[in-house]
Each structure stands twice: as C-alpha cells, then as structure tokens.
Design a protein around this ligand. Structure first.
Ligand SMILES: Nc1ncnc2c1ncn2[C@@H]1O[C@H](COP(=O)(O)OP(=O)(O)O)[C@@H](O)[C@H]1O
Ligand SMILES: [Mg+2]
Length: 167
C-alpha cells in the first residue's frame, strides 16, 4: 500500500477464529501488543460467548495478576493493574447510558487505561466515537468467532496491526 493512500483504505474489520481457550489466550497476547492506553474495546455477544474470557486473556498478557479477572456483573466495574490499567465494565445490569455515566464512565474512558466494556450495545451512545467493536459468536463447544471492527481512525489502526500480527 502506498504511503499516501487515505486512511479509510485500511481494512476496517478482522476476524479471528478461536478453536480453544488457549487460542483465545493467544489472541489476548496479540491484542496486548497492539493496544495502548486510551483504547476502548466494545464487547458484544450473548451470555457465554467469551467476552469476559477475552478480557482475562488480555489482562494476563498485560501482566495483571492471574485470577483477578472475574465477571463483574455484580460489581459493574473493576480495575486491574498491569502494563497499563484495564477498566473492565459489565453493563448488563445497568439501565442505559445514565447509569453508565453515574459509574464515572467518562472519567474511566479518559483515564489512560484500556477500557473493556461488556454488553457495549447497551451503552452505545456513551461510547467514544472511535473505538474497537468486538462481536463474538459461539461457533462450537470450544470455538468462538471474534470479529473486530473499527469505528474510527484509531480503531482502523488497531485492526490493521492485529491482522498483520496474527498473519
Ligand atoms: N475458544 C474459547 N474462547 C473463549 N471462551 C471459550 C472458548 N471455548 C470455550 N469457552 C468457554 O466459553 C465461556 C465464555 O464465558 P464468558 O467469557 O464468561 O462469557 P461472556 O462474558 O460473554 O458472558 C467460558 O465458560 C469459557 O470456558
Ligand atoms: Mg461476561
């Protein structure tokens, strides 16, 4: 690709098929190498799809203490200290964007950590315009499809690096 090609020509989507939890851990390592503070992952998928499991994989790869990451359904937001802070939200029990904002979402989103937001569609209007959407489907007992799509220039940069790193 020539250097003067517009950024919008970068791929905006990337799909990773994970055949096992070990493969999801590998995806976590690839993600940890590409993400940087300020990035936002909007995780979308049914119960049991693998949203929390991906955050576990990412947190382990970023040097957070093993076992620290649990489903925050009842806690709503958890913080993990690693290479950068991870702010892990589960918005399942929230009643929309007002509840999300009351949790201090704005502060977390601008606090120079990596934000991982489960059930992100429930708080879509409160997400930053430029984020990385991760849609997850169960495609087998131990198989999960993780589809990454960009909603802005930083998202596209991440997608491009992910597709290059995992090639
Ligand atoms: N390849 C895989 N990647 C991620 N999780 C997997 C995989 N195969 C099986 N699983 C299982 O799927 C479940 C995902 O659960 P979880 O991440 O808590 O879902 P969610 O947060 O989306 O509700 C876990 O029980 C995990 O062991
Ligand atoms: Mg979960």
């Amino acid at each position: 690709m020539s250097s003067n090609e517009p950024q919008s020509a970068l791929p905006a989507c990337w799909t990773f098929l994970s055949s096992s939890e070990d493969t999801t851990d590998r995806l976590g390592r690839v993600l940890a190498d590409v993400l940087r503070p300020g990035d936002v992952l909007a995780l979308v998928g049914n119960l049991g799809a693998g949203k929390t499991r991906l955050v576990q994989a990412l947190a382990a790869a970023a040097g957070c203490a093993p076992g620290e990451v649990t489903s925050p359904t009842f806690i709503l937001v958890q913080e993990y200290a690693g290479r950068w802070p991870i702010y892990h939200f589960d918005t399942y029990r929230l009643h929309g964007c007002d509840d999300f904002c009351e949790l201090g979402a704005e502060e977390y989103l601008t606090a120079h950590g990596v934000c991982c937001i489960e059930w992100a569609d429930r708080v879509a209007a409160a997400l930053p315009a430029d984020h990385l959407r991760v849609e997850i489907d169960i495609v087998g007992e131990t198989a999960r499809e993780y589809r990454f799509s960009a909603t802005g220039p930083r998202g596209r940069e991440i997608v491009q690096q992910l597709s290059g790193a995992a090639a």
